[in-house]
Design a protein around this ligand. Structure first.
Ligand code: PLP
Length: 416
């Protein structure tokens, strides 16, 4: 029972270096966050040792009396948080939750409608070489390239033409809120199931800052590690128990074996946090921070440098920077920000003229910095650093010093 640093100094060094990276740079990848220490603790607990195939009270292994308690707490809390009648907290990841949900609602070969990957959709919503694209007949819908908003008229037209089994609402890169009532209307009109993947904006929903898809959708999936701020993992929710048996058996034994009870315990902790006032206030700062970024990156000097923001702003925790008029491509812009200590990811803009590995855009998110304690004035400062870094000439050293000052002002995981 030697500690990590003694038993395996090589792995310990990588973990230490990653902690130092997280502490000393500014994390602005929109899908990332910093889990609270209590979540890390639950996730690093002895629950990792336990086999518990099945569900609380109905396990295929003995000795599940304590993991049953933790899993039931997670289920009850997440149902309460999102107003759902049904919850499954076992999916190992967002992609696993999506796979289980889709196979519960449809059969291979059925038609599904999902937002095109290049327009902000996720791999599991129908990308060609993902299970969803390989096993289902995918009809992609798109955003309007003028407004940057989901083209609901196209969605309705495609739904009427193709009569899909499932319509998928949800995104990985989109700066606005979806109209769930309108999706529901279209789904009802063509007799389709509506599945909402709220992985990105679940934290905003929990805080009441974004419409809740649960009352509208047949099934809702999410990750637990993005805006929701918990451990890496997935969940499935539904407004009724109509699909409970199908969903449960799709997760186990359909796609998974033993659940990760240590992660499920950590999910339970994060759902407790997500119900708190402090969490709501953090989500408010998250959206406010993204709006401050959007404002700064649409100011006249940013526009002169060829920088713009898709849809002109944001209602959520991220912005999409449009670099089609800039001399920088997405890769170069990502590298520049990395050089000054800000981590973001390059991202295709709709109808991107550049290849997917290069792109003409950036996705920049605020959840991790809000968790770190950033206030409006800190977001204004980081927005200004980004705007300066994306200009044709920039002073890397000076910008890096400003980044370091912000990191020092809001220490991350002190004492870890
Ligand atoms: N769904 C959406 C909308 C996502 O953005 C993501 C992750 O980026 C996922 C699902 C998949 O989550 P995971 O990476 O945990 O499989």
């Amino acid at each position: 029972n030697q500690p990590l640093h003694e038993l395996d100094p090589e792995v310990a060094a990588a973990v230490d270096a990653e902690l130092e990276r997280q502490q000393s740079t500014l994390e602005m990848i929109a899908s990332e966050n910093f889990a609270p220490v209590a979540v890390l603790e639950a996730q690093g607990s002895v629950l990792t040792n336990k086999y518990a195939e099945g569900y609380p009270g109905r396990r295929y292994y003995g000795g599940c009396e304590h993991v049953d308690v933790a899993e039931q707490i997670a289920i009850d809390r997440v149902k309460e948080l999102f107003g759902a009648e049904y919850a499954n907290v076992q999916p190992h990841s967002g992609a696993s939750a999506n796979q289980a949900a889709l196979f519960a609602l449809a059969q291979p070969g059925d038609t599904i409608l999902g937002l095109d990957l290049a327009h902000g959709g996720h791999l599991t919503h129908g990308m060609k070489i993902n299970f969803s694209g390989k096993q289902f007949n995918v009809v992609p819908y798109h955003v309007d390239t003028e407004t940057g908003l989901v083209d609901m008229a196209e969605l309705e037209r495609l739904a009427k033409e193709h009569r899909p089994k499932v319509i998928i609402a949800g995104w990985s890169a989109y700066p606005r809120q979806l109209d769930f009532a309108e999706y529901r209307r279209v789904a009802d009109e063509v007799g389709a199931y509506l599945w909402v993947d709220m992985a990105h904006f679940a934290g905003l929903v929990a805080a009441g800052l974004h419409p809740n898809p649960v009352p509208y959708a047949d099934v809702v999936t999410s990750t637990t590690h993005k805006t929701l701020g918990g451990p890496r993992g997935g969940i499935i929710l539904a407004r009724s128990t109509d699909f409970a048996r199908k969903l449960n058996s799709s997760v186990f034994p359909g796609f998974q074996g033993g659940p990760l009870e240590h992660v499920i315990a950590a999910k339970a902790v994060s759902f407790k946090v997500a119900a708190s006032e402090e969490f709501k206030e953090r989500q408010r700062r998250t959206v406010e921070g993204a709006q401050i970024l959007a404002e700064r990156l649409t100011a006249s000097d940013a526009r002169e440098a060829g920088v713009n923001v898709l849809s002109g702003g944001t209602d959520v925790h991220l912005i999409l920077v449009d670099l089609r008029q800039s001399e920088l491509d997405g890769q170069q812009a990502e590298d520049r920000l990395h050089e000054v200590g800000i981590t973001v990811n390059r991202n295709a803009v709709p109808n991107d003229p550049r290849p997917p590995m290069v792109t003409s855009g950036l996705r920049i998110g605020t959840p991790a910095l809000a968790t770190r304690g950033f206030q409006a004035e800190d977001f204004a400062e980081v927005a200004d650093v980004i705007a300066e870094a994306l200009k044709p000439s920039y002073d890397a050293e000076a910008l890096k010093a400003r980044v370091t000052a912000l990191a020092d002002k809001h220490p991350l995981y002190p004492g870890l």
